[in-house]
Design a protein around this ligand. Structure first.
Ligand code: SAM
Length: 352
């Protein structure tokens, strides 16, 4: 198994390809990438026969910033006949190491991918039946089958382990915009919390916690925190949503987010200010090293061309500053589905 299939945001294929190639080089598993702008995916192929699976086993999806989801490629199937797409797919599963717990019919997050979603949906039922009949399904299996449609007659099939993949097809969570949330940005924080903590979110955001939201207006992120019973200091010169202020859980401070200091340490500092990424990274590092917050989650906006280089610069700055103070933390950096020209970064310490 030579190849890995990586889903990314359309327009970020070059960053995704450069990133996976850099890790492959570091792990002495070099290869090349098929990465066309706008495709919404990258296909990495190793020079070694088993290079794809070796790379998958030695790299975590969470180490990749620009890949939302990925899988080890078993086969790329072309010239599929409309009358029987499932037969060749099933025949390509001989190299599958063991039965799978389930499968996803996926499409890239591109315009072409969206036009294939009805077909993908139609193929789900016959594929489930065919997998069951062939004895390829097993409840306790750690493996998940991925079938990504690239055209009506073209698909890539492969597998991933559930502990080294995103919990959603294509890495895309289908979240509903909450009616009372004041901005769509709310979905960015909701996705980040789901992706980071899943069902364990209460351990990291126990009710009654204290948070600071820098660049909070109109309040989409604050809304997520209030919903989880946090007391929030919302820092922004812009107006906050009136209903949020009426909740009694939000104090609005019309101040500069770079100058604001909390009166006492808080559990969380979140920040969605539109600023140069390196300034935001330095601010987050300062909040952590000075002990003003226990955890932080922020967006780095990436309107520039050299996005990957900018991200690396910011992450290196954070690592240098936090390492100096000996703080133990987990760094998570990912371009999530609800992120646009930006990525989400979190610095998480063990819950108290
Ligand atoms: C993308 S919006 C935040 C949206 C917010 N997260 C939400 O969910 O509704 C960016 C906000 O950052 C604020 N901002 C930018 N620079 C700031 C600064 N230096 N201090 C405080 N707020 C700032 C802007 O006023 C704007 O409201």
């Amino acid at each position: 198994m030579k190849s890995l299939f990586l889903f990314c945001r359309p327009g970020f294929e070059d960053a995704c390809a450069a990133e996976v190639s850099a890790h492959a080089g570091r792990l002495q598993l070099p290869g090349w990438c098929r990465a066309r702008p706008g495709d919404g995916f990258v296909l990495f192929t190793s020079h070694a026969e088993d290079g794809g699976v070796c790379l998958y086993n030695r790299l975590a999806l969470d180490e990749l910033v620009f890949a939302r989801q990925w899988f080890v490629v078993l086969a790329e199937l072309g010239a599929l006949q409309p009358a029987d797409r499932i037969g060749p797919l099933l025949a390509s599963l001989d190299a599958l190491p063991e039965p799978v717990r389930g499968f996803w019919m996926e499409t890239p997050d591109s315009n072409e991918g969206k036009s294939l979603s009805t077909l993908a949906h139609k193929l789900e039922h016959p594929l489930r039946r065919a997998l069951a009949d062939a004895g390829r399904l097993a409840d306790g299996s750690p493996l998940w089958l991925h079938c990504c449609l690239l055209g009506g007659d073209h698909l890539v099939v492969g597998y991933a382990c559930h502990h080294n993949s995103a919990p959603w097809p294509g890495g895309i969570p289908r979240l509903k915009m909450p009616r009372s949330a004041p901005s769509r940005s709310t979905l960015k924080l909701e996705e980040a919390l789901l992706r980071l903590f899943g069902d364990a979110v209460d351990r990291y955001l126990p009710p009654g916690g204290r948070a600071v939201d820098l660049g909070a207006a109109p309040g989409g992120w604050t809304w997520q925190l209030v919903r989880r019973h946090q007391f929030v200091t919302a820092v922004d010169n812009g107006p906050m949503d009136a209903a949020l202020l009426d909740s009694g859980q939000v104090e609005h401070r019309r101040e500069d987010g770079f100058r604001f200091r909390p009166r006492q340490p808080v559990d969380w500092m979140v920040c969605d200010m539109v600023e140069r990424p390196v300034r935001i990274a330095a601010l987050a590092a300062e909040w952590m090293t000075r002990g003003w917050c226990r955890h932080t989650l922020f967006n780095l906006k990436l309107p520039m061309k050299k996005r990957r280089a900018e991200v690396e610069r910011c992450l290196a700055l954070i690592e240098t500053r936090l390492t100096k103070t000996g703080i133990r933390y987990r760094l998570f950096a990912k371009q999530l589905y609800h992120d646009r020209e930006e990525i989400t970064v979190a610095l998480i310490r063990p819950p108290p």
